[in-house]
Design a protein around this ligand. Structure first.
Ligand code: AMP
Length: 224
């Protein structure tokens, strides 16, 4: 395969970030997670952060034009020449159209849309116990993946906090927004023949090895 342009889809809490970390290690590709980019902008108080802050806190979606700009400027950098991993984008039909058109104009296209699915009760359990470190957004879970020292990140020693939007009322809203605005994209990528589904209720190791096997098959097919 000439380039690997990959998007990770699925409801919040399905394990997209966890898989992305592994895929970044596997393929040495740049990773752009719009949620991480927005949280960094909010904590730095940039113009983008000021606009996005209240929207993210409410579990709603930031306007499409803003998000498209954020992603396009990254896709056009030299580091993304051989491919990229997008997490949390596209999240609406409009964003998907803008991405497809922009890639098309550059003679590029998406290689695969990885959809990680998980049942709602499992998602709620994962999100409500999730904690992230304030420094680098490393992710833990109070029950399933606790840090060695309570409340402290193993990797950089910074404080662990709960994301504002991981509170129960906001989790419900984010799930509803996903069903209304993001789920329609599944059909789009199915029609394009690039959708691959994975069972996010399996262990992170299992999901990872399934994704790797799928990508290996795609690479073989591309060579034939
Ligand atoms: P995430 O970390 O992917 O769950 O994203 C956290 C929040 O950031 C979402 O609930 C939205 O408010 C906002 N956000 C992230 N990505 C997008 C996007 N592509 N379009 C609109 N809003 C987004």
């Amino acid at each position: 395969m000439a380039e690997l342009n990959l998007i990770l889809m699925g409801p919040p809490g399905a394990g997209k970030g966890t898989q992305a970390e592994r895929l970044v290690d596997d393929f040495d590709l740049p990773y752009y997670a719009t949620g991480d980019i927005l949280r960094a902008a909010i904590s730095e108080g940039t113009e983008l952060g000021k606009r996005a802050g209240p929207i993210v806190a409410a579990g709603e979606l930031v306007p499409d034009e803003l998000m498209c700009d954020v992603i396009m400027e990254r896709i056009d950098t030299p580091e993304a020449e051989d491919g990229f991993i997008l997490d949390g984008f596209p999240r609406t039909v409009r964003q998907a159209e803008v991405l497809d058109d922009a890639l098309d104009r550059r003679g590029r296209s998406l290689t695969v849309a990885i959809l990680i699915e998980a049942p709602t009760d499992e998602i709620i359990r994962r999100l409500s116990g999730r904690r992230i470190c304030v420094e680098n957004q490393h992710v833990y879970h109070v029950e399933f993946d606790p840090p060695k020292v309570d409340g402290i990140c193993d990797q950089d020693g910074s404080r662990l906090v709960q994301r504002d939007d991981d509170k129960p009322e906001t989790i419900r809203r984010r799930l509803a927004v996903y069903r209304e605005q993001t789920e329609p994209l599944i059909e789009r990528y199915e029609e394009q023949g690039i959708l691959r589904r994975f069972d996010g209720s399996r262990s992170p190791e299992e999901v990872h090895s399934h994704i790797r096997a799928t990508l290996a098959t795609l690479a073989l097919e591309a060579e034939i």
